[in-house]
Design a protein around this ligand. Structure first.
Ligand code: PLP
Length: 393
């Protein structure tokens, strides 16, 4: 913990999360027992290099302030007399605020006190707590962006995709198995996966680590996060044996982060507004699920866990998606939400690359460009999560 406070007492802190997530760094800071963290960087060295890069990035941001730019109003306020303080506790997607400010009342909804009182949204449907208007906008959005197949899929809404992740684990684990089902993902993976998987020490499932070295016999769940958090690469399943069930976390499969090459067509796909529109506080995610029984069990989990999902949030999410869709059809001066956010990501990546180049201490991943069917241009991925920085020396 001492190291944590050392680093946080600095006036300048390092932005490793370009936008939305700083969990990789956090994991490094909290993992006291381990000398070496991702990328083979020793903790001592990490502290050193964090400080140096914090200075370099701070200088880069000062340069950015001198130019007109599209950066968010609330990302890193200079309330301390010029030094930049960045909260590394969590990535927070407030960077799209400007777009939503410009949308103004178009994204406002009013919910009278007598509305949304029932537990039920659509009592007869498989996901009885899913607001039909929200379901409709999800389908329209995927169609217009072209990033996922929605035909022959059940939509399950969740309190963030974090709840849906747990619902999937519950749904896929046999209730009568003699031992917990193994859950794996290829390293480096989103650092919350193991924590969420094991937090209740479930008898149904258990975190089993890196998918690349997984060789246990029997059934397992493999999480495929594409683009991946934290390194931004497009991913496919890596476990080369039968008995696995794939869960695709597509939180970042949106045109601001990566070219949309084709409509994802997997059995279980997870999405969230926190990464697509920037509305993390709404706590809304959705799953597209092919198998009816799996979808029913996921619904059961959400029922047992929170008896459904906030209707108010779903109605607001429906409105937000409506505005996103209409920004694609009738772009404003900022373009569509995806034009705006893709530009922002491009700008941030170019700043980070310049700063890292100047530091001479790190390397950043290089991505090959791909042709995006939605933005109609070719570009290299510009991931939202933590940039993966490795030691050069
Ligand atoms: C890959 C990935 N999946 C899921 C989540 C969680 O999303 P939500 O805010 O919808 O719970 C995150 C958040 O950082 C993420 O990076």
């Amino acid at each position: 913990m001492a190291m944590f406070f050392n680093i946080f007492s600095l006036k300048n802190l390092l932005v490793l999360s370009l936008a939305l997530n700083a969990s990789l760094i956090l994991r490094g800071l909290y993992e006291k027992d381990s000398e070496v963290i991702d990328g083979g960087l020793s903790v001592e060295k990490q502290e050193d290099t964090l400080m140096t890069t914090a200075r370099v990035l701070s200088e880069a941001r000062a340069t950015q302030r001198a130019r007109p730019s599209m950066h968010s109003s609330s990302s890193t306020a200079d309330s301390d007399g010029g030094d930049t303080i960045i909260n590394l506790d969590h990535g927070d997607p407030t960077m799209y605020e400007r777009f939503w400010q410009q949308a103004g009342d178009k994204s406002t909804i009013v919910i009278p006190g007598w509305q949304s009182m029932s537990y039920f949204s659509d009592a007869g449907s498989l996901c009885w707590f899913l607001e039909p208007d929200f379901a409709k906008e999800i389908i329209r959005l995927h169609k217009i962006v072209g990033n996922a197949v929605t035909e022959d899929r059940h939509i399950v809404v969740g309190t963030g995709s974090t709840q849906l992740y747990q619902a999937v684990l519950y749904a896929l684990s046999p209730q009568d198995a003699v031992e917990p089902l193994s859950v794996v993902s290829a390293a480096p993976y989103y650092s919350s996966y193991p924590l969420i998987t094991d937090c209740l020490k479930s008898g149904l499932y258990k975190w089993a680590g890196d998918a690349q070295s997984f060789n246990k016999e029997g059934p397992f769940i493999e999480l495929v996060t594409s683009p991946n958090n934290p390194d931004g690469y497009a991913r496919q399943s890596v476990v080369n044996k039968s008995g696995g069930i794939l869960v695709h976390d597509l939180a970042y499969y949106w045109p601001q982060y990566t070219p949309i090459i084709s409509a994802a067509n997997h059995d279980i796909m997870l999405f969230t507004v926190s990464k697509s529109t920037g509305h993390a506080g709404m706590r809304i995610g959705w799953a597209l699920v092919k198998d009816e029984e799996v979808a029913k069990k996921m619904v059961k989990f959400v029922e047992l866990n929170t008896i459904g999902v906030s209707k108010d949030s779903q109605l607001r999410a429906a409105k937000v998606l409506q505005v996103v869709i209409s920004s694609c059809q009738y772009p404003t001066s900022l373009g569509s939400l995806f034009d705006f956010s893709a530009h922002l990501m491009e700008e941030r990546w170019s700043l980070l690359r310049a700063a890292v180049r100047q530091s001479g201490l790190f390397t950043l991943p290089e991505f090959s460009p791909g042709s995006c069917s939605f933005l109609n241009k070719s570009f290299a991925p510009q991931p939202g999560p933590v940039a993966y920085i490795s030691d050069h020396s």
